[in-house]
Write a protein that binds this ligand. Structure first.
Ligand SMILES: C[S@@+](CC[C@H](N)C(=O)[O-])C[C@H]1O[C@@H](n2cnc3c(N)ncnc32)[C@H](O)[C@@H]1O
Length: 247
């Protein structure tokens, strides 16, 4: 996963990273936090790192060496980047806050892995530390992505992105067909399959509670308000459980 997409992720992603970083800052402020060390889970190509690094020390974790290699070029020298499965998170010490941005949670293979990841975050957060993550909603998989094909035409790549969602299993399969322009005017064709899994708000609330984290809020996309029923992205804010141990 992401080994080919990494080559053109930044040309395609289209997310407003400064706004996302500001949203985290606003949530930390609302809950009285000023974290010194922030963990960016599934940090990808590191687009959030320069914004987080302005005020905080940052640790990035991602499973894809290709995504991390690009993140390394953007990260400051003090930022630690770890190639790890976030469901098996293992750090040298605690962090004051954790984030998982742009549906990294949906990329985990199943609910067990999600719950395991939440437990590991709970273990490595310092007392009162917040974990903020966002997910693609079942609404988005069903009404925006299912059986839709998206075409991206950029200088770096021509990409055909096909989506198939199974409402029974909650699994959405993505088939990505890349055409990379070559110096001789031809195109190199490559394919990558990726998969995300949908969870309802209620399922995720249950997983948060079972992991030992304390759920504080569920927000709509980019605003600290109740989500609408057709929300495509939800933000969850959880806090390290009062009795949760550190390693
Ligand atoms: C949609 S990208 C988001 C990247 C980044 N957070 C951003 O906002 O641009 C999801 C990222 O999660 C990573 N990922 C997927 N499964 C993972 C896992 N089990 N452990 C760690 N990272 C994972 C992928 O490699 C990818 O970089």
């Amino acid at each position: 996963m992401y080994s080919i997409l990494s080559q053109c992720y930044d040309a395609l992603v289209g997310a407003d990273y400064p706004a996302m970083a500001e949203f985290y800052e606003a949530i930390w402020e609302r809950f009285g936090q000023n974290p010194q060390i922030v963990l960016d889970l599934g940090c990808g190509t590191g687009n959030l790192l320069p914004f987080l690094e302005q005020k905080r020390q940052v640790i990035g974790v991602d499973l894809s060496p290709e995504m991390l290699a690009i993140a390394r070029e953007k990260a400051g020298p003090d930022t630690l980047l770890l190639c790890q499965d976030m469901a098996e998170l293992d750090l040298f010490g605690t962090v004051d806050a954790a984030i998982c941005a742009l549906d990294g949670v949906n990329a985990l293979p199943d609910a067990r892995a999600v719950e395991r990841m939440f437990s590991r975050v709970n273990l490595f957060l310092s007392g009162g530390g917040l974990f903020i993550f966002d997910v693609n909603t079942p609404y988005k998989f069903e009404h925006v992505l299912h059986q839709q094909t998206f075409v991206y035409d950029t200088d770096e790549v021509f990409l055909v992105w096909e989506n198939e969602y199974d409402g029974e299993t909650g699994i959405c399969d993505f088939l990505l067909t890349f055409f990379f322009p070559q110096p001789d005017g031809s195109y190199r064709r490559e394919e990558e399959c990726m998969r995300e899994k949908a969870y309802t708000k209620e399922q995720l609330c249950g997983m948060v509670e079972r992991s030992g984290l304390e759920l504080l809020a569920v927000y709509g996309d980019g605003r600290m308000q109740e989500p609408a029923c057709d929300e495509q992205r939800l933000y969850f804010v959880a806090r390290k459980g009062k009795n949760a141990p550190n390693q």
